[in-house]
Every structure is written in structure tokens, then in C-alpha cells.
Design a protein around this ligand. Structure first.
Ligand code: WT7
Length: 664
């Protein structure tokens, strides 16, 4: 709570500046025919979504989703009791909603466009194709004993088959746990064991940015320590000559032999749909559980409004299915709406920095959804190369993952969108299932750097350091949500007590996001970043505790403290302070070894930017590490360190400053 308070104060400094930012008017290309038009229309629907909440969600749940049996209740349970439920009594199948029900009207229309790592290696799948491919893998999963309620780990590159596996699990009522293919074998092992997965689906190798990723090899190392795993199913992405042991099965022959139709399992609205692991401020990653009815309704309605989705659009979210963005906005939201969704296997810089523009031009993409870190890495290049591409198909440009700095927003708006596209800065989390604060195209006047206004049904609140709600505008605090929404996670796998403490413990009666925010004079929300010890590196969430425990595992590390530091493209970089053991000799080799240790324990995206050896850490007399001091030192804000006289050993500060200056 103390942390929350100080962040609120920090954010307050920028108040006046943000209040001065003028709005950018609703944009020409989206104006006509937008799904909802004008701020007044938004306000009216937003107000009714809170005032007549049951009616709003009853109507939209039936509009966006087909139910095998209608629900008896719209919303039940409370935050306090930890028993929130949506659409109880309703029965449905997510895969049916995303695939089968579209077949009579658009069976031959493209559901998934897959663009592989190499430019122009495109494969398209119609809704009929998807039904057939999903059915095949569903039948194979069943033949390995996967039943309703079983957990399936998925560790795959961005092949179209990754979406097929997710949908196949949903089809038979199995619970997928997709693990991003950049995670290490140890991270994968922990996630498989935590969910007690019976089957792992993977690929021989992945291809990304021209490089080969040895996925099956990583799975082998993980599965050696996973007693629950009975079978490993392997897609052949590169057909590499890899080792197959008795638990391993090549999918090619099994899929060829499988029946191309599999019935959909009828699920309860609150049956689990998937687990997705994410980092918290303390402890090991938590497996957030999303359920069937509420999640699907929320993914679909947010996809529809936030991206102003219209039939005929070619919608592209260039995230990876290993994160929640891929779950909600590559697979479930768009397919539930019957859209054409693009899956992108490569990177923004392969083979060069024009890849996105080429992608947009060739596929005539209408909505393009990426992360601020990608935008920042592309704006470093001259715009002349981009100018050669026809980007006029674009209508909506989305960003997600971290606050977007106004310079990046401007560049995205001016050069990619040619001042004719709406920018949607979508704020949300793995826990929220879908957007909770975001502009709506054609509706919300924009302000560069602000996620603007809450989505329908989402009642936001700002809290102060004492746990009280802050009213009025031009105020900063900790962002909370006041009432349940359908897309929220329902629990942490195997640890409901942790779920309750983490999200509902800090501010009783409120969902705690972990982010600080400023609400400007117009009621617009500006996210200022995490107030806890969660790092956001290139839009990827990492817990400082996780990195610290990876470092501590090394024989020469006695103690460590990890904090985020400012980074030009990644948003935040990773800075590790380590206290070496008495018998260690500090050397650049040892520091390189520690960096590698983090990389191999968690994954390459967690590679530290700085490792700084120090004789001690700044601690209070009660032994608490003062992270604030560490953050200021690496950010070179040493003139505002604050009071360090309460430290057990204030002399450590000068040493740290010197060490940090050497490292930068
Ligand atoms: C954290 C959630 C939601 C999908 C990707 C990340 C930060 C996310 C924004 C935004 C400012 C943002 C927050 C949040 N974040 N979107 N538009 N503006 N911050 O999901 O890994 O669960 O991370 O990402 O700090 O808490 P995630």
C-alpha cells in the first residue's frame, strides 16, 4: 500500500501536463458506418451498461454468442466472496461459436490467413477448413485419452495449427495451457507440473526471424521432469531430423488417419476454458483460469467495438498466441465474430524493417494491432521506405502491452495511419480477459498517450494510499475496478487463496489491477505503469522475484534485487543488483554467466540489460530492500534519491552509484 501511495504522488507531478493535451477528433476513415458513432452514443450505452447491467449483458451475450441452453442468471457472486459467475445455467461450446456456426453463411470465407516467417509464405483456411483441421486434432487428442476437464500444455510456434489446437481443446472441453515458445525448459516444466498436464502439443522446431528454435528439444528437457505427461504430440514445422522417444508421436500420420469431424462438447458457462500463466510481484507465476461463457462474450464484444469490426475486414493482430493478446484477439474474439484473422509467424524486422508495411499492403489489412515496443523500434528508421507501401486499407491501429509514449503514438498516427486512422490504445491484462480501458474508433476523441475511457460494463476507480476511493478529476491513484465483468479470470490454478489476496486483498470490494493511473480533467485515464514489483519488458510481464530466484540459484550469488530501468525501445529494461558470495571473484565472465543463468532459467526475453555486482544492497534497519533507491540510481536520478539516512548502511549508496555509472 505504501508503494501505491508513493506512485500516486509521483504521477501527480505530471498532472498539469496531461490536462493540457488536446483531443484529436474522430477520424474520417472510421466515421461513416462505425459500429458506434460519437461520444454521446458511447456515454449513453456506457451509462446503461452500469445502470441496467443485467439487461446490457443479457442482450449482448445473446447477440455475440449462440447458446445451446440460455442462461438463468446474468451475473452472480461477489468480489468479496470470490465466487463471481456469469451466465450461470447457460450451455455452449466455444469452438462451435468460433467455427461451426459460421459455416452455413460463410463456410467458404477465409477464417485464418497465416503468414509464415518467410515473406509471402501465405496459407489461408476457410471456416470449413478450420472445422476439418480442428476436428482432426480434437480426435487425435481424444485418442490419447484427453477428456473434458483435462489440461493440455501447448508449446508451439505461431503456426496456424496452434490456433487449431486451442480450438480443438475448447471443442472437447479440455483446458489448454499455452506456454509462449520463448520460455525455457524450466519455465515450461513448472507450468506443465502446476497444471498436471496429461498431454503436451509441440512442434519439431520453430522458425522466427530466419532463425530456428529447437522446440521439441526444450520440451524433452522439460518433460523429463513432468510425471503427469503421458504423451507428447509433435507437429512437423521444419521436418528436422529430431529424436523421438516412446512418449513422442508425430502428428502427420495421426492427423491423416483421423476423422475430419468431431462433435462439440456441451459446456457449462463456468466450465474452465484455459489456463494462462503470468508473472506476479511475488512468488512463482500464476496460472490464471478463464471460463467459457463470460470470457467468450467479453472477447467477442470487445473485439467488435474496439476494432470497429465489420464484415469484409482483414483483421491482423501481430502478437503471439502464447500471450493473452493472442488468445482473445487473434483466436477467440475475431473468430467468434466470424472475422478473417491473420496469424503472423515472423518479426517486425525480418527480413527488414518494412515487413509490417509489406504485410499490410499485400493482405489489405483493415485493423492492425501491435505493441508500443515494436512501434518504437520501427520509428528509428527513415519513413521513406514506408512511403513506398500502400497502407490505405487501414482503418484502425491498435496498441497494447504498456503505456505508449506520445512520440510513438504520433508517429503511428501520422505515418502509419496517415492521420486517417483511429488509434486504439487498449489497456487490459491477462486477468481481465479483454480490453477494460480503450477508445472506440469513430467514437472517442483521442489523446496521444491516454487509454481514454472504460469499456462498457467496466466501472473503474482510483484509490489513494490509504485505501480510499479518489473522486473527481485531475487526480492520480491506483487503478481498480469496482464490479465484476464477464471476461475476468475466476481463480489461480490450485490457489484460490492467492487469487483473493492478490486481486481483492488490497482494496476490499475492488479488483486491484497493479497499475497506477491519472484521471484527467475530462475523465480520461492515463496508465502510469505498475505500482508493484512487476516489470514490463517489451510488453512482456516479468516478476522481479522470478528473476531474483533465477540469480540466487547460482553458486556465487548470495543476494539479489531486480528492478526495471528506463529503456528506449523496450519501455523497461532489466537491471539486476547482485551481492556475490565471499569466495566469488567478480569478473566480466562471471557477470556474463549470471546473465545467461537468467536467460536459460526463464527465457531469452528475460535477458538482463545490466548486472551490477555490489558489496551490499540498500536496506532499511528492518531488512527491507529499498527498491526506490535502486530504481533512482539506475535511472540516474540520484539528485532525487530522497531520504537515505534510514538505511542500515547509508554508505552503500555511493558504491552503488559508482557501480551503476560504470555499468551504463
Ligand atoms: C500489464 C498487463 C493485455 C495484453 C498484454 C499484456 C500493462 C497493458 C497497456 C496499455 C498501459 C498497459 C499494464 C498491465 N499494459 N496494456 N494500453 N497502457 N499499460 O498483458 O502480460 O497481463 O500485462 O501490461 O501494466 O497491468 P499482461
Amino acid at each position: 500500500m505504501a508503494d501505491a501511495g508513493s506512485s500516486a504522488k509521483r504521477a501527480k507531478l505530471a498532472v498539469d501536463e496531461r490536462d493540457e493535451v488536446a483531443t484529436v477528433d474522430v477520424i474520417a476513415r472510421v466515421k461513416s458506418g462505425a459500429n458506434i458513432s460519437g461520444l454521446d452514443a458511447y456515454r449513453a450505452l456506457y451509462d446503461s451498461s452500469l445502470k441496467d447491467s443485467d439487461e446490457f449483458w443479457r442482450e449482448h451475450a445473446t447477440r455475440f454468442v449462440s447458446w445451446a441452453r440460455t442462461f438463468d442468471e446474468v451475473c452472480g457472486g461477489t468480489f468479496a466472496d470470490g465466487d463471481v459467475r456469469w451466465f450461470a445455467g447457460g450451455k455452449l461450446n466455444v469452438c462451435y461459436n468460433c467455427v461451426d456456426r459460421h459455416i452455413p453463411t460463410k463456410g467458404d470465407e477465409v477464417a485464418i490467413v497465416h503468414e509464415g516467417d518467410e515473406v509471402g509464405s501465405v496459407t489461408t483456411y476457410t471456416y470449413k477448413d478450420v472445422q476439418r483441421e480442428v476436428s482432426r486434432i480434437a480426435n487425435v487428442l481424444k485418442s490419447f485419452g484427453v477428456r473434458k476437464g483435462d489440461n493440455v500444455a501447448v508449446y508451439m510456434p505461431m503456426m496456424a495449427e496452434l490456433a487449431f489446437v486451442m480450438l480443438a481443446c475448447a471443442r472437447i472441453g479440455a483446458v489448454h495451457s499455452v506456454v509462449f515458445a520463448g520460455f525455457s525448459s524450466e519455465s515450461l516444466r513448472d507450468r506443465i507440473n502446476d497444471a498436471r498436464c496429461k498431454v503436451v502439443v509441440t512442434a519439431d522446431e520453430g522458425r522466427r526471424g530466419g532463425r530456428t528454435i529447437p522446440l521439441k528439444h526444450t520440451v524433452d528437457m522439460a518433460v523429463a521432469m513432468c510425471p503427469t505427461v503421458e504423451a507428447v504430440l509433435v507437429y512437423e514445422r521444419t521436418h528436422a531430423d529430431i529424436k523421438y522417444s516412446s512418449k513422442d508421436h508425430k502428428l502427420t500420420p495421426l492427423l491423416e488417419a483421423a476423422r475430419p469431424f468431431c462433435p462439440c462438447e456441451e459446456m457449462d458457462a463456468e466450465d474452465p476454458l484455459f489456463l494462462l500463466y503470468t508473472s506476479g510481484s511475488t512468488g512463482k507465476p500464476k496460472g490464471l483460469l478463464h471460463t467459457t461463457g463470460g470470457y467468450l462474450v467479453y472477447a467477442a464484444i470487445t473485439h467488435y467495438f474496439t476494432f470497429d469490426y465489420r464484415p469484409g475486414d482483414v483483421y491482423a493482430c501481430v502478437a503471439d498466441c502464447g500471450w493473452i493478446t493472442g488468445h482473445s484477439y487473434i483466436v477467440y474474439g475475431p473468430l467468434c465474430n466470424g472475422a478473417t484473422t491473420l496469424m503472423f509467424e515472423s518479426t517486425p524486422l525480418y527480413p527488414d524493417h518494412t515487413r509490417y508495411w509489406d504485410l499490410i499492403q499485400r493482405h489489405r489489412i483493415t485493423q492492425f494491432y501491435t505493441a508500443p515496443t515494436a512501434i518504437r523500434s520501427l520509428m528509428r528508421f527513415s519513413n521513406d521506405a514506408m512511403a513506398k507501401f500502400d497502407l490505405t486499407s487501414l482503418r484502425v491501429l491498435g496498441t497494447v502491452g504498456e503505456p505508449i509514449n506520445p512520440e510513438a503514438w504520433r508517429w503511428y498516427y501520422d505515418f502509419v495511419g496517415k492521420r486517417s486512422c483511429s488509434i486504439v490504445d487498449t489497456y487490459w491484462q491477462t486477468e481481465t480477459g479483454g480490453h477494460v480501458v480503450s477508445p472506440l474508433p469513430g467514437c472517442t476523441p483521442l489523446k496521444p498517450g491516454s487509454a481514454t475511457l472504460p469499456f462498457f460494463g467496466v466501472e473503474t476507480a482510483l484509490m489513494d494510499g490509504d485505501g480510499a476511493e479518489i473522486t473527481g478529476n485531475s487526480v492520480s491513484g491506483v487503478l481498480c475496478i469496482k464490479r465484476p465483468w464477464p471476461g475476468m479470470a475466476r481463480t489461480i490454478n490450485g490457489d484460490h487463496a492467492r487469487f483473493m489476496v492478490t486481486y481483492f486483498g488490497a482494496y476490499p470490494g475492488y479488483y486491484f489491477t497493479g497499475d497506477g493511473a491519472f484521471r484527467d480533467k475530462d475523465g480520461y485515464i492515463w496508465i502510469t505503469g505498475r505500482v508493484d514489483d512487476v516489470l514490463n519488458v517489451s510488453g512482456h510481464r516479468l516478476g522481479s522475484a522470478e528473476i531474483e530466484s533465477a540469480l540466487i540459484e547460482h553458486e556465487f550469488v548470495a543476494e539479489s534485487a531486480v528492478i526495471g530501468c528506463p529503456h528506449d525501445t523496450k519501455g523497461q529494461g532489466i537491471c539486476c543488483y547482485v551481492v556475490l558470495t565471499a569466495d566469488a571473484v567478480e569478473s566480466s565472465d562471471l557477470l556474463a554467466e549470471l546473465r545467461l543463468q537468467v536467460r536459460t532459467t526463464i527465457g531469452p526475453f528475460a535477458t538482463p540489460d545490466y548486472i551490477i555486482a555490489t558489496p551490499g544492497l540498500p536496506k532499511t534497519r528492518s531488512g527491507k530492500i529499498m527498491r526506490r533507491v535502486l530504481r533512482k540510481i539506475i535511472a540516474q536520478e540520484t539528485d532525487s534519491l530522497g531520504d537515505v539516512s534510514t538505511l542500515a548502511d547509508p554508505s552503500v549508496v555511493d558504491i552503488l552509484i559508482e557501480k551503476a555509472n560504470e555499468a551504463i
